[in-house]
Design a protein around this ligand. Sequence first.
Ligand SMILES: Cc1cc2nc3c(=O)[nH]c(=O)nc-3n(C[C@H](O)[C@H](O)[C@H](O)COP(=O)(O)OP(=O)(O)OC[C@H]3O[C@@H](n4cnc5c(N)ncnc54)[C@H](O)[C@@H]3O)c2cc1C
Ligand SMILES: *[C@@H]1O[C@H](CO)[C@@H](O)[C@H](O)[C@H]1NC(C)=O
Ligand SMILES: *[C@@H]1O[C@H](CO)[C@@H](O)[C@H](O)[C@H]1NC(C)=O
Ligand SMILES: *[C@@H]1O[C@H](CO)[C@@H](O)[C@H](O)[C@H]1NC(C)=O
Ligand SMILES: *[C@@H]1O[C@H](CO)[C@@H](O)[C@H](O)[C@H]1NC(C)=O
Ligand SMILES: *[C@@H]1O[C@H](CO)[C@@H](O)[C@H](O)[C@H]1NC(C)=O
Ligand SMILES: *[C@@H]1O[C@H](CO)[C@@H](O)[C@H](O)[C@H]1NC(C)=O
Length: 533
Amino acid sequence: MNFLLALLLMLAVPWSGSDASPAANHDNFLHCLSTSPAANVSKIVFYTPANPSYPSVLQFSIHNLRFNTSAAPKPIVIVTPQTTSHIQAAISCSHKHRLHLRVRGGGHDYEGLSYVASRPFFILDLINLSSVKVDVAARTAWIQAGGTIGELYYQIGTQTTTLAFPAGVCPTVGVGGHFSGGGYGLSLRKFGLAADHIVDAHLVDVKGKVHNRASMGEDLFWAIRGGGGNTFGVVTAWKVNLLPVPENVTVFTVTKTIQQNATGIINRWQQVADRFPDDLFIRVILDRTETTTNSTATGRASFNSLYLGQAQSLLPLLQRDFPELGVEREDLIELTWIRSILYFAGYPTDSPLEVLRSQVPLTRKRNFKAKSDYVTEPMSERALEGIWRRILRPDIEDPELIFSPYGGRMSEIPESSIPFPHRAGTRYKIQHLVYWEREGREATDRHVDWIRELYGYLAPHVSKNPRLAYVNYRDLDVGSNNGAGFTSHEEARVWGVKYFKGNYERLVRVKTAVDPRNFFRNEQSVPPLTAWK
Ligand SMILES: Cc1cc2nc3c(=O)[nH]c(=O)nc-3n(C[C@H](O)[C@H](O)[C@H](O)COP(=O)(O)OP(=O)(O)OC[C@H]3O[C@@H](n4cnc5c(N)ncnc54)[C@H](O)[C@@H]3O)c2cc1C
Ligand SMILES: *[C@@H]1O[C@H](CO)[C@@H](O)[C@H](O)[C@H]1NC(C)=O
Ligand SMILES: *[C@@H]1O[C@H](CO)[C@@H](O)[C@H](O)[C@H]1NC(C)=O
Ligand SMILES: *[C@@H]1O[C@H](CO)[C@@H](O)[C@H](O)[C@H]1NC(C)=O
Ligand SMILES: *[C@@H]1O[C@H](CO)[C@@H](O)[C@H](O)[C@H]1NC(C)=O
Ligand SMILES: *[C@@H]1O[C@H](CO)[C@@H](O)[C@H](O)[C@H]1NC(C)=O
Ligand SMILES: *[C@@H]1O[C@H](CO)[C@@H](O)[C@H](O)[C@H]1NC(C)=O
């Protein structure tokens, strides 16, 4: 063991080695790509800034307009592989010409880490490796890593009404990043996370070798199911198990304003939502609306629910466990699981299922900043009132908090089963979000300051030591130095244990074994022990 460590230390290179000049890198790198053996099988498609399509290819998968500015560093080239051999070629040329690599799946990273970097870099954009194959009889699917969860849902929903997959709400989210960080949606209390159901994967490692589960070994297979993207290699495909659902499920959304006792009902929700039967998931979305009486702004809580069963059995359950919400039969909509996906994605439920395949989001893209928290004990109504005061600030364009209950299956899966550690003991998760459209520094600062202040305000009411966070809600602020990256293990540990708790140390060990030179990295990727030595 000591010998191995010593060997790794000898191999180590510093985190910030000097890069060759960008122009030289660029030419050599492109030459390397186009003369690689892989290029003989099929042409390697890439886009340099000289290509008229470069801006549109770059911007297509930018989902946070905060990073769609001229000031945001741009890739020297965007490579769009059509085959695994193209990925191998890109990795090999990246080594040779020391051009930093960022992998992009669906491009939803909250901090833009898949397409922005502070050193010369290129993007390996998996957008064209996006096919999904569902095997209904075997109850499995293979999904290429450039695919979206919407494409997966579409392929399931067009072939069966009684199988489902528990991934996220927004169809444009990419499985590349989503499964790498956990991935959850409204059936989380019944089934757990997307990453809980991955049974195999294909990955290209730092040496360009292609692996499946058997050849990568159980440590690496464990790490890629939640340990964060762009850290252990390039995943090219996932195999997942599909889960049985009833022919019909039930959805509803019931809203309460502050005047309609939203605060009291949220308080009650905090006591019961993680204890309902596993089939029932009710989340709460807090935002701002206008009162109908006099058009002044007020706080609104939307209770947004998926029940994996029929309305006739949901109604008595709600009357027994949550009568305060006052749900009535006419609030309930029965539909197939795939149509419930349309409902939560914001589409009319009779839309053609093809809308789920669109890689263009339903609502316009905006600037946003988000954070996450885990809540173990209900907070007081007084604490909730402080949230409303902040939501009602008129100079903040579109603030939103989403409370998602845990419990059910989430409490049964051990913390170390996969790297995602937030299991038993979690009542609910908060996602804090703020969207804005006004351009410019001043508007950005105002909204980012707002969410940081809110986060500070909530500190006494959420998990502590460490204050936990969800890696898929990437937040550079949870590091020790507000997003400036990290330059030591002590600094990396600060965000590492917030995202991964006790699993962080094992992730570092796996990273050290598979990528000791820290080739795959970003501002918050788990570092190898050999970094900074
Ligand atoms: C509108 C919106 C809705 C969302 N809804 C949900 C939700 O309902 N539930 C939920 O859990 N999360 C949700 N998220 C968060 C989402 O899960 C994460 O942002 C996720 O990482 C996005 O994956 P991606 O491939 O789209 O993003 P990308 O930005 O492409 O990737 C994210 C990270 O993974 C890396 N990566 C991507 N592909 C690969 C690969 N093949 N191999 C190795 N590394 C890779 C990237 O380099 C980057 O570091 C949402 C995000 C947005 C913007
Ligand atoms: C591609 O094939 C041509 C013709 O066989 C050969 O000359 C060339 O070296 C090959 N290139 C690579 C990169 O293998
Ligand atoms: C991103 O920025 C470019 C260049 O300013 C602009 O043309 C494009 O419309 C922006 N994208 C979106 C979705 O606003
Ligand atoms: C994806 O592949 C198709 C077919 O080869 C091609 O027409 C398209 O330009 C590719 N897209 C990107 C972004 O490279
Ligand atoms: C599903 O719901 C539809 C519409 O409400 C209904 O016609 C159908 O009988 C239901 N199917 C089952 C199996 O309950
Ligand atoms: C608000 O809801 C709570 C929880 O149900 C309840 O105890 C309280 O009496 C309600 N207050 C009003 C004014 O209706
Ligand atoms: C507007 O109506 C709400 C009740 O709906 C009330 O609480 C509020 O005080 C009213 N504001 C004004 C300015 O009249």
